[in-house]
Design a protein around this ligand. Structure first.
Ligand SMILES: [Zn+2]
Ligand SMILES: [Zn+2]
Length: 337
């Protein structure tokens, strides 16, 4: 099969032919319908904080149709349509009992290899798609699950004043889930105008570009300082900015993936009695809830995607994404187009 492989930091992904995957015990193999690319893939292939082994596969936002079933799999059969969870824990330890497989203390198994024609998937980590959901939409489950958990953690009320920093796919998935909860008073704070139209297409009509007077502008729009700030930009400076913006006694939920040192003034957070809470990935329940939500709101969810390319164009499109030159929304790869 064809797959995109990592070679070295900063080098374009290589399209190569490798052996078809075989399902191990407790695993299935799917024909990948669609795989999304995200900022984590850029970190992983640019030497930010860690370096993957040469020849590694990538892709953690994907789904497809089961074509082979391994031993000891009873809940999946050939022809089932699934979204894949790409981190699967032991299921026994305290970390796994929290519901978040990434917290497994017994070395979780990684299945981030969706940038390929076929992929081996843990049956335990597979979520069956609702019957009416399109296979292509399976690749949206993972990014929307990240926002699902963060919004759930925030315990947001309908009349809350909200700022989301960063209108990338993660910030927009937070917006999606806030709107599902009927929360309307939401400002998207961005470093530029680039994603204004994309944000509007996801239902975000309050868009502010960062500048000295942005805090004032936000308070005027919301009718006061935000109760909750979602930090979804993941670049140095934004946690400090969130502390600056949030109301006294307010909450900051961090879901940006910043791998550089960042400086905050803790006293500024302390004096405002701010709660800062980071949110990693999602639980299995969030993942399943996402499949249902995307099925019900497919048109809105799909507006997150701006570019879909086949395998031949994937490496170049990935470089455009790495260099900030791609579309304003998510890049997805359709291995069969
Ligand atoms: Zn991701
Ligand atoms: Zn575990």
């Amino acid at each position: 099969m064809r797959a995109l492989l990592f070679r070295s930091p900063g080098e374009p992904l290589a399209l190569e032919t490798i052996p078809d995957p075989e399902p191990g015990e407790g695993e299935v193999v799917i024909r990948v319908a669609r795989c999304g690319v995200c900022g984590t893939d850029v970190h992983a292939t640019s030497g930010h904080g860690f370096v993957l082994p040469a020849g590694s596969q990538l892709g953690h936002e994907y789904g497809g149709e089961v074509v082979a079933v391994g031993k000891n799999v009873d809940r999946l059969a050939v022809g089932d349509r699934i979204a894949a969870m790409t981190v699967v824990g032991c299921g026994q330890c305290e970390g796994c009992k929290s519901g978040i497989d990434l917290l497994c203390t017994n070395q979780y198994v990684g299945y981030a290899h969706g940038l390929a024609e076929y992929a081996r998937v843990s049956a335990r980590g597979a979520t069956k798609l609702p019957a009416t959901m399109s296979l292509a939409d399976s690749a949206l489950v993972e990014p929307f699950a990240v926002g699902c958990r963060a919004v759930r953690l925030s315990d947001v009320q309908r009349d809350a004043k909200i700022v989301i920093i960063g209108p990338g796919p993660i910030g927009l998935s937070v917006l999606f889930w806030l709107r599902k909860r009927g929360v309307e008073n939401v400002v998207m704070l961005a470093s530029s105008d680039r994603r204004r139209t994309l944000t509007e297409s996801m239902g975000g009509d309050k868009f502010v570009v960062e500048k000295d007077s942005a805090g004032e502008e936000i308070r005027a729009i919301l009718g006061g300082a935000p109760d909750i700030v979602f930090e979804a930009a993941g670049v140095p400076g934004v946690v400090g900015r969130a502390i600056d913006l949030v109301r006294p006694g307010g909450t900051i939920i961090g879901l940006g993936f910043c791998l550089q040192p960042d400086t905050i003034i803790p006293g500024m957070a302390m004096i405002k009695d701010v709660t800062i809470r980071w949110s990693t990935t999602f639980t299995r329940e969030d993942f399943a809830a996402c499949a249902d939500a995307i099925d019900k709101d497919a048109v809105l969810a799909r507006s997150l995607v701006s570019t879909v390319v086949g395998m031949e164009q994937a490496s170049a499109a990935f470089e455009d994404f790495r260099n900030g030159k791609g579309g304003s929304g998510k890049l997805q790869i359709d291995p069969w187009s």
